[in-house]
Write a protein that binds this ligand. Sequence first.
Ligand SMILES: *Cc1c(COP(=O)(O)O)cnc(C)c1O
Length: 398
Amino acid sequence: MIRRAAVDQPPNNTRYDEKENVLTTSTWKDKALFTPGPLTTSRTVKQAMLRDLGSRDGEFIAIVRDVRERLVRLAEVDIDTHTTVLMQGSGTFGLEAVLATCVPRGKKLLCAINGAYGRRMAAIGRTLGIDVVELSYAEDAPIVPADIEKALAEDADIAMVTCCHCETTSGILNPIAEVGAMVQAAGRDFYVDAMSSFGAIDTNVAEMGIDYLVSSANKCIEGVPGFSFCVAKLDKLLACEGNARSISLDLVAQYKGLESNGQFRFTPPTHAILAFHQALLELEEEGGVAGRGARYRANHEIIAAGMTAMGFRRYLKPELQAPIITSFYYPDDPNFDFTKFYSLLAERGYVIYPGKVGDADCFRIGNIGRLFPNDMRDLLSAVSDVLAQMDVRLKGVA
Ligand SMILES: *Cc1c(COP(=O)(O)O)cnc(C)c1O
């Protein structure tokens, strides 16, 4: 018999207001999520979900079309040459869909890896029966375009190269424009995991030589989790028809369904798409990629400066860092205990992110999602209070 562990009951702060005939959660403030996802979203994004649309409803179909076109524009390309395919599931489902559909049978996949997400991509490839060539780097080092150029020159069977834009494991930014130029010159396909960068870091898919880019609803675009999307070069995508190793993750079949009648082949995440549409409008209001990127950079700089001033050491050299998530070493004070640090912050309403980077004991602080410079300053003062409570003294702190 399987015994269930005793767990805390989830709080139920929802009340039924009989007069207004609505549920209210007004007394309840969620914790702020300083993580790589799920992320804090705006109230209006959440409110956009308070509807039930049918998957064949004209309004829903129009929203899906608008979302797909906006994403193509966000990738700075044209709907005549590029398309966006939405895929149910979290980001990984979209990543897997591209490998399952777009690596030709009998050909190889080159994975340039400098973190857990790069390793995951290689694992997905192997599980699909694809011959995977790995180029591995330390987690605090960017991938090197010249290594990829050499590998492609030596092996004509490599059909596709893949890497992360921002490797969220450490928060490092990879030089994808340089990699893209080499992959394109070698006549192979370039596939970027832009999960934690798209929407906040300028990404011109054509100029960067990207054939397939995958990101998800719940990272920098600040929708809710539930689906991912692939921006693809149309002629390349269409050439993959009939190649898929999966039914549900067949990207070409999904594309054809969306194009023929605007519908998903299987039940779409209608609420998540409504939320995402609202999130795209809010992204535009904020000034698009430039505006959002500026807020995230401001957030990141406050965290980096504030934590450093308290005596925390950063895992990455600042010049390698993307303004998305920052890794810090555990302080070397015997009184520091990460689990306790984490819970004391969570009690105060701040959720940070654990995670070993490389062999180093680190934790991470994300600065994406609906968080602003004031939230960063609030977190810093909570960190300072918690350190005092734990009696942890960092070098450089009085
Ligand atoms: C978040 C993330 C993923 C995985 O996304 P899920 O939604 O958890 O499946 C993959 N790659 C990168 C770089 C990410 O940041």
